[in-house]
Ligand binder design. Structure first.
Ligand SMILES: Nc1ncnc2c1ncn2[C@@H]1O[C@H](COP(=O)(O)OP(=O)(O)OP(=O)(O)O)[C@@H](O)[C@H]1O
Ligand SMILES: [Mg+2]
Length: 281
C-alpha cells in the first residue's frame, strides 16, 4: 500500500462522509469501480485505516476466482472472527456438504437474516466497516448475502465498501447487477487513471526529487496516469534511486509499445530510459 494516495481527494472525502454517517447510525453500501490498476485496493485499504482511526471495527475479505467454489467463503472471511457468529459456522457449512436435488443448496432466508442480525448485534458495540475486494469474484451465496445486507443497512452503523474491476466476468452476473443497481449514484465511485498532475506527484514521490523533469513527464505520459503501470515502470526501471533519469531526447520518441500487461491491452509505450512495461504475473 502506498504511504500516500495521490489524486484521490474527492473519493476519499466521499468515503470519510460515508463512514461518519454510519457512525451516526445511517449505514450505507458503496462501490469503488475502475479498470485494472487504478488504485481500488489501495483506496479500500486507506478506508480501512481511516475507519480504524475513527474507532470502527474493520472486517475485510478478498474474493478470488480460486475460492468461488466455496459457498459462503467470503461471508466467512468477513464474519468468521465475529464472536456473534462463531458458533454458527459448523451448522452453516453443514448445509453445503452435499449437493441437493441436483444442485447446490442456496442459503435460506433465516440464515441470511441471522447473519445480518449478527452484524447488527456487533455494530451496536462498535460501528463496522465491511470491505470486499474484487466483488466480481465473490461466490454466489456470499454475493446473495451482500445484496441482502445492503438492503438492510440504512439504520445500522455499518458500511459495506466493495471494489470491482471493470470488464471482468462476474461469478453471478444477475446478482452483481442487482447489487450494483441498489447503489445510490453518489456512492458508486468510479476511479479513473490519475490526472497528469497527480501522476506526476506519484512519479516524483517514487523516483525522488532531482530526476529529470522531462523523463518523469514522459513516463507519466507513457503510462496514461495509470498508477499500477506507473509504479511498475518505476520499480522495474533502471537505477531509479541511484541516479537521475535520462532526460528525454528528441531521438527517443515515445518508445515502442510494451507487451500486453495485466490489463490485457497493449502495454504503454516505454518511457525514455525505461524498458517496455513487463507483463504482471
Ligand atoms: N492514488 C494512488 N497514489 C499512489 N499510488 C497508487 C495510487 N493508486 C494506486 N497506487 C499504486 O498503484 C498500484 C496499483 O494499485 P492497486 O493494486 O490498488 O490497484 P487496483 O485498482 O486494486 O488493481 P486491480 O485492478 O489489479 O485490482 C499499487 O502499487 C499502488 O500502491
Ligand atoms: Mg485490486
Amino acid at each position: 500500500m502506498p504511504k500516500e494516495l495521490f489524486g484521490r481527494s474527492g473519493e476519499s472525502k466521499t468515503i470519510i462522509d460515508i463512514l461518519a454517517a454510519a457512525r451516526a447510525g445511517a449505514g450505507a453500501v458503496a462501490l469503488l469501480e475502475g479498470i485494472i490498476g487504478t488504485g481500488k485496493t489501495s483506496l479500500l485499504r486507506w478506508a480501512e485505516e481511516t475507519a480504524r482511526d475513527e474507532g470502527m471495527t474493520v472486517l475485510s475479505a478478498t474474493a478470488s476466482p480460486a475460492e468461488q467454489r466455496f459457498p459462503l467463503g467470503v461471508v466467512h472471511q468477513l464474519l468468521g472472527t465475529l464472536p456473534d457468529t462463531a458458533h454458527d459456522w459448523g451448522r452453516t457449512f453443514a448445509a453445503y456438504r452435499e449437493p441437493h436435488e441436483g444442485g447446490r443448496v442456496q442459503p435460506d432466508y433465516p440464515l441470511l437474516a441471522e447473519l445480518c442480525a449478527s452484524v447488527g448485534r456487533a455494530a451496536r458495540r462498535t460501528p463496522i466497516l465491511l470491505t470486499v475486494d474484487s466483488v466480481q469474484h465473490v461466490d454466489c451465496p456470499s454475493l446473495l448475502w451482500l445484496g441482502f445486507l445492503s438492503r438492510r443497512l440504512e439504520n445500522l452503523p455499518v458500511v459495506l465498501l466493495a471494489t470491482k474491476r471493470c470488464g471482468e466476468p462476474a461469478s453471478d452476473q444477475h446478482l452483481l447487477v442487482e447489487f450494483m443497481e441498489g447503489l445510490r449514484p453518489d456512492r458508486h465511485i468510479h476511479l479513473s487513471d490519475l490526472s497528469p498532475s497527480a501522476a506526476l506527484d506519484l512519479a516524483t514521490s517514487l523516483c525522488g526529487h532531482g530526476h529529470g523533469h522531462e523523463a518523469v513527464g514522459a513516463l507519466v505520459a507513457g503510462t496514461g496516469g495509470n498508477p499500477y503501470l506507473l509504479t511498475e515502470q518505476i520499480r522495474t526501471g533502471p537505477a531509479i534511486r541511484s541516479g537521475p533519469l535520462v532526460p528525454a531526447g528528441a531521438d527517443h520518441g515515445a518508445g515502442p509499445a510494451g507487451p500486453p500487461g495485466r490489463t490485457g491491452r497493449p502495454g504503454p509505450p516505454a518511457a525514455p530510459g525505461y524498458p517496455a512495461f513487463a507483463a504482471h504475473p
